[in-house]
Design a protein. Structure first.
Length: 84
């Protein structure tokens, strides 16, 4: 499962506001804010999934290891640049 910190870092990499992420994930801004809350507010699993899919669709890769968590952004390779 992605964390609130990973979500914030992913938004920063993409230059997205909370509103942009909510719109792209097809969730309400209130639901997104609940997801990012440190107060353990109830959030549907589908909300987590929609947010994760929206971020991954924009090129975000979530990283988790025993040493910590993180995110990185990957860009699709442009096949036309390999044409001879």
């Amino acid at each position: 499962m992605i964390t609130a910190r990973q979500t914030r870092a992913a938004r920063a990499l993409l230059g997205w506001t909370q509103e942009t992420l909510a719109e792209r994930a097809l969730v309400s801004l209130t639901a997104l804010k609940r997801l990012k809350s440190a107060n353990d507010l109830k959030v549907f699993e589908s909300t987590f999934d929609q947010v994760r899919r929206a971020l991954e669709g924009a090129g975000i890769v979530f990283l988790n290891s025993n040493q910590g968590e993180g995110v990185m952004i990957v860009h699709a390779q442009d096949d036309s640049s390999n044409a001879g």
